[in-house]
Design a protein around this ligand. Sequence first.
Ligand code: FAD
Length: 332
Amino acid sequence: MNNDVYDVAILGGGPTGLFGVFYAGMRHMKTVVIDSLPELGGQLMALYPEKYVYDVGGFPKILAKDLAAGLVEQAMRFDPTVALQETVHGLDRVDDELWKLTTDENEYLTRTVVISAGIGAFEPRRLKVEGLERFEGNGVQYLVRDKSALAGQRIMIVGGGDSALDWALNLQEIAKSLMLIHRREGFRAHEATIKAVQESGKCPILTHYEIRSVTGNSRIESVTIFDNRTDEEQTHEIDALLINVGFKADLGPIKSWGLEMEKNGIVVNDKMETALPGVYAAGDVTQHAGKLDLIATGFGEVAVAVNFAKHYIDPTARAFPGHSTDEKWKEN
Ligand SMILES: Cc1cc2nc3c(=O)[nH]c(=O)nc-3n(C[C@H](O)[C@H](O)[C@H](O)COP(=O)(O)OP(=O)(O)OC[C@H]3O[C@@H](n4cnc5c(N)ncnc54)[C@H](O)[C@@H]3O)c2cc1C
């Protein structure tokens, strides 16, 4: 048990949660942020670190990983407690004032909670091919954390969605060679991206192909694929296998905490309050009339959630935080 008592526990360190951590610090709230992933940043870091984001105010164009780094820097300004690789399983009322959050490692006591769990604790869908698992991290990857690590490599991409096709385009300038296989004829990716990959001439696309087997010693060295209509096989020597066949996300235990749920989201009111006293929600995880799953809307929602959480624990404190340009927020 962590013996501290927090003013706010922020469940989820994605863009929404990180901006909430900053606001909580600005309101002098003792804050803990908890995330099941090994690093902060949520979907920005886990799903598309190397993609440009164009629709966050003030940034005409910014790489998702750079946006995450800026959010982390801003969030750390007031020294919050950061608990990574901890999944929150339980939310229980201790008394009229306190909630207890239970993770696989710890228990946290807190006066208020902001749930910014996004689409839930998520992980990539894995392919079931014998022996594939042993090359994970040694040539086989489901996410691209660092694009430069793939420079000069012979890369096979698996998948037909946006991620697969985006990488088929984005890796062209650094890969030694590229090819993409997809088990169906049709793609789920954006039409313009498919067209761009086809027209580039730099990434052959094989449809109706699936992986039959992989070989290698310490790293993956070759992949045998087969045509699922004719069973005809091809073997390709590769250095990297990038599998982009989607993600599984699960709100899991959050659904059993007595929150009002609708369309897999937590129902909130205008103050981002949930059905539980002192428990707020913000970002992708919420459901309300004006819901848009965007980074920009998550920022607004969490600013509301944290400021009303401040007012909830101290009714003499106004919800409106004042302006960060005020004298009192000056750098010291
Ligand atoms: C490929 C792609 C491109 C996108 N492009 C854009 C774009 O251009 N512009 C835009 O505005 N939006 C974009 N989005 C959407 C945007 O990423 C999301 O709206 C945003 O990430 C939501 O932020 P969040 O903090 O609410 O949730 P998330 O980013 O999902 O973060 C939630 C965090 O909570 C953690 N968590 C969940 N459950 C638990 C638990 N039980 N215990 C501990 N931790 C938990 C998760 O591990 C995660 O880190 C894109 C999304 C994708 C997939």
